[in-house]
Design a protein around this ligand. Structure first.
Ligand code: PSU
Ligand code: MN
Length: 307
């Protein structure tokens, strides 16, 4: 068990009052989006979750301690301080030892959720297998394979090798649920030409599916792929040249390891003149909304079972 977890008062109240909770990651704030849009987005995601009747818990590290839910000033620190590490699971001990600040990745946030007992989590896009790289596979996939919870995303970033990413998820028995779609969405785009493993159209159905998955004895997550709203989507053909260019530049400049994803996101934002960031913000809010609905449904089903 992690020794010093700090729970926000809002999170503690939610647990005591038995209200549904949605976890939110923080790498997207610390490494995925520029200032000041990052802080604004964090606040908007929390607001979206509350509007749906659930409680948000943004996860992150401050001074080496893991926070489940961040108070206003803490969220500002994480979004604005310069010395914030990108915190995947393998960085937890480093961050504790060095008393650092850290934005938790999808994998890091899932690990924190396991400690905090949170079952539903919203992010933008999961990490995955990178294109043309020597074994660059995101720890997000390993977390999805081993931590039983519901993760809502807009697919995997199209900067990745999507077929390889889906193959990995299949190998690790992670169901990929298309929310209202048969096609795996590609983050900025609604289309990828690739299949999900199952299509479900309602939050209730997703919860019943997840329960059946875990009742079958599996410990893997259920990944819900929620396509970006049509009005904000950028077509695959429009994105592809920018993605190719950004990947090429990363390769030429010798960018590697955990710097790859932040570099690509920032470069694509520049290349699209900010359009991709606008889409990124829209899909994050869309995912927060669905995750809150799923969390409420999960909560209602579990409460009914206890009654
Ligand atoms: N999606 C975004 N922005 C991000 C990320 C995802 O729109 O910044 C982050 C997530 O936190 C994800 C991480 O877990 O990138 C993946 O990094 P890597 O490929 O190094 O595992
Ligand atoms: Mn990587």
């Amino acid at each position: 068990m992690i020794k010093s977890i700090i729970r926000s008062s809002e999170f503690t109240n939610a647990i005591n009052n038995g209200t549904p909770v949605v976890a939110l990651e923080s790498t997207v704030l610390t490494h995925g989006l520029p200032r000041p849009q990052n802080l604004q987005l964090a606040r908007d995601m929390e607001k979206t979750v509350r509007e749906q009747g659930a409680t948000p818990a943004t996860i992150g590290f401050l001074d080496g301690r893991l926070h489940i839910g961040l108070e206003t000033a803490q969220l500002e620190r994480l979004a604005n301080e310069d010395d914030v590490l990108k915190a995947g699971p393998r960085d937890f001990a480093t961050i504790a030892a060095k008393k650092s600040n850290g934005g938790t990745t999808v994998a890091g946030t899932m690990l924190a959720c396991r400690h905090a007992g949170i079952k539903v989590f919203a992010t933008g896009g999961i990490g995955g297998v990178h294109r043309d790289s020597n074994f660059d596979i995101s720890a997000d996939l390993q977390a999805l394979a081993t931590i039983p919870m519901i993760v809502v995303c807009a697919g995997a970033k199209a900067i990745l090798d999507l077929p390889a990413t889906l193959e990995y998820l299949e190998t690790m028995s992670v169901p990929v649920v298309g929310y209202g779609t048969d096609e795996f969405p590609a983050f900025y785009s609604r289309e990828s030409g690739l299949d999900v493993s199952v299509r479900l159209d309602e939050p209730d159905e997703i919860v019943r599916f997840a329960k059946a998955h875990w009742e079958a004895g599996l410990q893997s997550a259920v990944l819900v792929a929620n396509p970006v709203p049509e009005t904000e989507a950028i077509s695959k053909s429009e994105m592809e040249p920018f993605i190719d260019q950004a990947n090429r530049e990363a390769h030429e400049q010798g960018i590697h390891g955990k710097e790859v994803t932040p570099f690509l996101l920032q470069r694509i934002n520049e290349l699209t003149g900010g359009k991709s960031m606008h889409t990124n913000l829209a899909l994050l809010l869309n995912n927060a909304r669905l995750a809150a609905q799923i969390s409420k449904s999960l909560h209602a089903i579990e409460t009914r079972k206890l009654a």
